[in-house]
Write a protein that binds this ligand. Structure first.
Ligand SMILES: C[S@@+](CC[C@H](N)C(=O)[O-])C[C@H]1O[C@@H](n2cnc3c(N)ncnc32)[C@H](O)[C@@H]1O
Length: 240
């Protein structure tokens, strides 16, 4: 995909500004709402990849769109020496700060849009995203992929949870711009995800599967069947 020049990105961002940081602050204002990912249970896929050794818990991890910090806390508990967690919403960061303190772990928390971060190049062993990518507008997909690739060490892993087609709004890319809304988040087919993440040659997908539905009260884990779980690896050689 041809990268958008910065002025086009800014213009398209302005067109689709329905889910800005203040919107997310409102989303997190009432922590008692029955939102599935408002609990403390981490993603079942992240738990499994760590338990199976597909992700080695050492070095540095970055959680993009960390929300209340439920996955960042698991990463810190699993053995990553340094866990950075970023979210657009100050309300989410405040909640994650409290969660980290209650869990007795140290997180480097930052309120920012992922596109405004000054990330060190090749600094992370793992980048994790649970539920951010499907909230990105189509014109931001390539910049997001480049951002994740640049942040990762060669051979580092990218774990992601995003909507399957049945979980998303059903809008096509063209409809997103016609309606000036993502309609609550975009669903992705398996071929679409493979084309985006492997078509770039920056990543090789190691696992792409449906998330395993969970009852968090029983398993202590989060999982919904309308979500994908994808584990990809940053390739050693890449050309921009
Ligand atoms: C569906 S929620 C998932 C939260 C968390 N990862 C979880 O699974 O519990 C998506 C999160 O992405 C954050 N977000 C959306 N756009 C963002 C951006 N451009 N930069 C950083 N965070 C963003 C929102 O504030 C929200 O917390």
């Amino acid at each position: 995909m041809k990268p958008y020049p910065p002025q086009d990105l800014a213009a398209l961002d302005a067109l689709l500004a329905d889910r800005h940081s203040a919107w997310w602050d409102g989303f997190y204002a009432d922590r008692a709402r029955p939102v599935p990912f408002f609990g403390s249970a981490p993603d079942e896929c992240l738990h499994e990849w760590l338990a199976d050794g597909l992700i080695a818990p050492h070095g540095t991890a970055l959680d993009l769109g960390c929300g209340n910090g439920r996955n960042a806390v698991l990463l810190a508990r699993s053995g990553f020496a340094e866990v950075t967690a970023v979210d657009y919403s100050q309300a989410a960061i405040s909640w994650a700060t409290q969660r980290a303190s209650e869990a007795g772990v140290s997180l480097r928390l930052q309120q920012a849009s992922v596109f405004d971060l000054a990330l060190a190049t090749g600094a992370y062993d793992l980048v994790y995203d649970s539920g951010l990518f499907h909230h990105l507008p189509p014109h931001r997909r390539d910049s997001y992929l480049q951002l994740v690739a640049a942040a990762l060490k060669p051979g580092g892993h990218f774990g992601m949870v995003c909507f399957r087609p049945e979980g998303g709004s059903g809008l096509s890319d063209a409809e997103v711009y016609e309606r000036r809304s993502l309609g609550g988040g975009l669903g992705y087919s398996e071929p679409a995800l493979r084309e985006i993440w492997e078509g770039s040659t920056l990543f090789r997908i190691r696992q792409l599967r449906q998330m395993k539905p969970q009852r968090p009260a029983e398993s202590g884990l989060f999982g919904e069947g309308f979500l994908w779980a994808m584990l990809a690896q940053r390739q050693w050689e890449w050309h921009q």
